[in-house]
Design a protein around this ligand. Structure first.
Ligand code: BTN
Length: 247
């Protein structure tokens, strides 16, 4: 069990909180250092996508972790972060969310939070930057994404309190990080919280190939099991998952 003590640095504007934290980690920053920015001018998402980050519209947050668990289990870090964000949104805003594999937080099937975990080599060993982007208001993303994205304000009908969400998140991250060395507990909690864990008809794309199948649980390292129509189980380690409505 690891106890996470965090210290938060605040910035008005940064290109990306993940990039700045990676720089500080390479210069020797310790576990638990966190960064929040009011806006990002080059916010990054998974799969090289842009993460729109206008001033005051989102919570743009990154935290540095130096996990001691075997690296094969590091994919669990993103699942752990999703559980922590889910708890924080529930505690601070009363919002219940779903998790789309591996770590998108959804409300009413639209995305309210994205998580980008990046591992880096630093002089004191391999580390992980966990970047979390929470849409506080509809201004966080372009209007053309309104079918796919939503915000805390839209989902709760109230103006979200960024500081309350941040305070809750620091606590829930510490809570979940302390059980990262118990993969079964992370997998069980994630599976309990996600409608995508089992029995969901989905399409999965890794950029080159697309598979359709039914989700069939997670492996102990967080890999998604997808049962194809042939019965074969395809192990998905990276990619985008889309829910498919059965006709
Ligand atoms: C995704 O769903 O594609 C992940 C989005 C992650 C966005 C956050 S915002 C804070 C941190 N800094 C970044 O540049 N990206 C992450």
């Amino acid at each position: 069990m690891t106890l996470l003590k965090s210290k938060v640095l605040r910035f008005a504007s940064l290109p990306s909180t993940n990039t700045e934290l990676a720089r500080l980690a390479s210069a020797g920053a310790g576990e638990g250092l966190a960064i929040v920015a009011d806006e990002q001018t080059a916010g990054r998402g998974r799969l090289q996508r842009v993460w729109s980050s206008p001033a005051g519209a989102g919570l743009y947050f990154s935290i540095l972790l130096r996990p001691t668990i075997a690296q094969t289990y590091w994919p669990l870090i993103t699942l752990m972060a999703a559980l922590a964000v889910g708890d924080a949104l529930h505690e601070a805003c009363g919002l219940t969310t779903d998790i789309k594999w591996p770590n998108d937080l959804l409300s009413g099937e639209r995305k309210v939070c994205g998580i980008l975990a990046e591992s880096i080599d630093t002089p004191s060993g391999r580390a992980v930057i966990v970047g979390i982007g929470i849409n506080l208001t509809q201004n966080a993303f372009p209007p053309e994404l309104a079918d796919l994205a939503t915000s805390i304000a839209e989902e709760t009908g109230r103006q979200p309190q960024r500081e309350m969400i941040l305070a809750a998140l620091l606590q829930t991250l510490a809570r979940w990080y302390s059980v990262l060395d118990q993969p079964k507990q992370i997998i069980a909690a994630w599976s309990n919280r996600s409608s995508y864990a089992t029995g969901k008809l989905v399409q999965v794309s890794n950029g080159d190939e697309v598979w359709q199948g039914t989700t069939s649980g997670l492996e102990s390292d967080g890999t998604l099991r997808l049962q194809l129509a042939s019965g074969e189980i395809k192990l998905i380690r990276a990619g985008d998952v889309y829910s498919v409505r059965s006709s």
